[in-house]
Ligand binder design. Structure first.
Ligand code: MIC
Ligand code: SF4
Length: 648
């Protein structure tokens, strides 16, 4: 039978279940990645599994998020991660080497392999024709222990790109178009598979920009064919031997097919505060720009930054603009330095940041109050930049560079210059000296794990209760992101200190949640969160489940959930319930007393569930649609409580 790329890769990795969209399958994981903000907790969990060495083909621990190091916490975490890598056979990409997704693409990604990453932008690896999926740290820890990764068999949506990109339009505009078509809601359980003659014209770094931001649509991942372009990229990384051709069969069937004509695209932007508020740049009107940030895992490749350097050559940043550049990796930076583009950028007044996440996660370079910031990153959620009233727009590197010159939102086609058509180099600078290899350690078993005062123990949870006797601690609206649930930025240094981090739960929406939730918990009741649609958009951070668990949350009731967040809730013993009738959302309020009698028995027997709202004297039905495996995890109070590991 004719197969899609997705089916081909899954077929060679499937360990349990059958490829029937909507049903759960378990797949083997070849590679894992973690970053430092999710990694500390993931490795604490891995340690508690008592496995002597990772059981994957390759596991890499990247240090790229918390590199500001204000205070002892981050540097201590980095030392912990380094000692863990040495003990358990993991590659360690040191701070300064670059952003996980960019470096993984350059040095490790392989067509046909599976990659599970503790970061929602792991799907960027799909640019190489691999199945690269983002997950919570605990799922990644289990994969490192050799366990399968479970997911709902995805529906496959084919996106055909036709023709060639015109001058001044780039991969970012393609994916912004995809976001306009699909939005950030309603795509859970699907994979985007790219094809068409236009796909063949895009290089791997361009495909990576597109695969990266599929995460914003909420799809499980995005995947590109592994073709001649893939071979050229791997050759330029001196990794020819990693290439294999992977194409969809011509007769393969897709759940849906969408066509995008590249010559018709125009420069687009995502307006505040969602990546799907898409608008053509030219129609925006006259908007003064205060800050331009170029970088993040989405657009920090060689082509992105050299294009910007060429546009800005001989020009100086507008006096009203603060201009930030953060290259994606040391490889990119070395290229910029070697060929003189760095000098052009410095001459233009760029403020050069570390090769790390930096501004993208809001731990630095916050815009001024009410300021307009143009960024080439992937998310413009409210408050993510570190300034709550900032107006953050997502744009291509070309549109960003145009604003550096003019100080206003400008369609780059109106700059009146020739488009610098930058090509991918035939040979990238290869320098892996900031990558510590596991083989460099002679006696891993004798390595002592370094634990600074910031490193706690993974929090424990009780088994799921017999009945829910709870109070609605908070009611939130649609599209609540994990940044809303538990902020990153300057608070991210508490990732290994749950009691402290939990104090910041929901602070962008409601400063009093922590106090209220603690009171409910201390009064011996369960905390309940009520939410609208697409609850838990955005990052993979499992802290958006662990911190609520710590405050006694047992139930989240929503109109719909995002994939990674709902998996994280289950992993930490919190049941995600969806309203059968969405209007029941309107009939429930913060402070209502809620009961679900016999919930444990109902989950065990997989029966219909009804919720009693004692305050309003109503009863309504909810759906939980969980596999037997997920119900077992829930009843145990979370995956860590289960002895889920093989004997050896
Ligand atoms: C993000 O872009 O939001 C992050 C920070 O990379 C997160 C991971 C985290 O919260 O540590 C993600 O995308 O998963
Ligand atoms: Fe880092 Fe931003 Fe990419 Fe997240 S989205 S991995 S914070 S660069």
């Amino acid at each position: 039978m004719a197969k899609t790329i997705t089916e081909k890769i899954i077929a060679s990795h499937i360990l349990s279940g059958r490829f029937i969209p909507g049903f759960e399958i378990g797949i083997g994981i070849d590679q894992t990645l973690t970053q430092d903000a999710t990694g500390t907790m993931a490795y604490l969990q891995f340690e508690s599994m008592n496995i002597p060495r990772v059981r994957t083909e390759l596991s890499v621990s990247y240090i790229d998020h918390n590199t500001i190091q204000a205070g002892f916490e981050n540097a201590d975490d980095h030392r912990y991660l380094q000692s863990i890598a040495q003990k358990f056979g993991i590659y360690l990409s040191r701070a300064g080497n670059g952003i996980s997704h960019q470096v993984h693409l350059e040095r490790f990604g392989k067509p046909g392999k599976t990659l599970l990453g503790a970061d929602s932008h792991t799907p960027m690896g799909g640019a190489l024709g691999m199945l690269a999926i983002g997950a919570g740290g605990l799922d990644v820890a289990l994969a490192m222990a050799g366990k399968p990764f479970y997911l709902t068999t995805p529906g496959v949506i084919r996106i055909n790109l036709h023709g060639k990109l015109p001058p001044w339009i780039s991969a970012k505009d393609v994916v912004l178009k995809v976001l306009e078509l699909f939005t950030t809601k309603g795509n859970v359980g699907n994979i985007f598979e790219y094809g068409g003659d236009g796909t063949a014209t895009l290089t791997v770094p361009e495909r990576a920009t597109i695969a990266n931001m599929g995460a914003e649509c909420g799809v499980t991942t995005s995947v590109f064919p592994s073709d001649e372009m893939t071979r050229l990229f791997l050759k330029a990384q001196q990794r020819d031997e990693d290439w294999q051709e992977i194409l969809a069969d011509p007769e393969a069937e897709y759940g849906r097919t969408v066509n995008i004509h590249l010559p018709d695209l125009v420069p687009l932007t995502a307006k505040p505060h969602s990546p799907d508020h898409i608008f053509p740049v030219r129609d925006l009107g006259d908007i003064e720009v205060n800050q331009v940030c170029i970088g993040s895992c989405t657009n920090s490749s060689y082509k992105d930054l050299v294009t910007v350097a060429r546009i800005l050559k001989g020009r100086v940043v507008h006096p009203g603009v603060s201009f930030i550049i953060a290259p994606g990796s040391r490889q990119v930076l070395e290229h910029l330095a070697g060929e003189g583009s760095l000098t052009d950028l410095i001459h233009s007044g760029a403020r050069l940041m570390e090769n790390a996440c930096g501004f993208c996660i809001g731990n630095s370079q916050s815009p001024p109050s009410g300021g307009v910031s143009l960024r080439t990153s992937n998310r413009n959620f409210l408050g993510r930049s570190g300034t709550v009233d900032a107006q953050v727009y997502i744009v291509s590197p070309e549109t960003a560079a145009a604003a550096v010159i003019t100080g206003r939102f400008t369609d780059p086609r109106d700059l009146g210059m020739d488009y610098p058509d930058v090509r991918m180099p035939a040979q990238f600078c290869i320098d892996d000296s900031l990558m510590i290899k596991p083989d460099d350690v002679s006696e891993p078993s004798s390595v002592e794990i370094y634990r600074g005062p910031n490193i706690g123990t993974p929090p424990k949870n009780d088994p799921f209760p017999d009945k829910i006797d709870g109070v609605v601690g908070i009611k939130v609206g649609d599209k609540v992101t994990t940044d809303d649930i538990v902020p990153a930025g300057v608070r991210m240094k508490y990732r290994s200190n749950i009691a402290k981090y939990a104090k910041y739960l929901f602070t962008t929406l409601d400063h009093h949640f922590h106090k209220r939730a603690k009171k409910i918990k201390d009064g011996g009741r369960h905390n309940i969160i009520v939410a609208g649609s697409s609850y838990g958009q955005g990052s993979s951070r499992e802290h958006a489940a662990i911190c609520p668990m710590f405050l006694g949350v047992k139930v989240v009731m929503a109109k719909s959930f995002e994939r990674i967040h709902s998996a994280n809730l289950i992993n930490f013993g919190i049941i995600p319930l969806t309203f059968t009738d969405e209007e029941d959302y309107d009939r429930i309020a913060q402070g209502d007393t809620i009961e679900i009698p016999d919930i444990r028995k109902i989950i065990r027997e997989n029966r219909k569930m009804y919720v009693r709202n004692i305050s309003r004297e109503t009863t309504f039905e909810v759906i939980y649609n969980l596999s037997e495996r997920q119900r077992t995890i829930l009843l145990a109070g979370g995956a860590i409580n289960l002895s889920m590991l093989p004997a050896s």
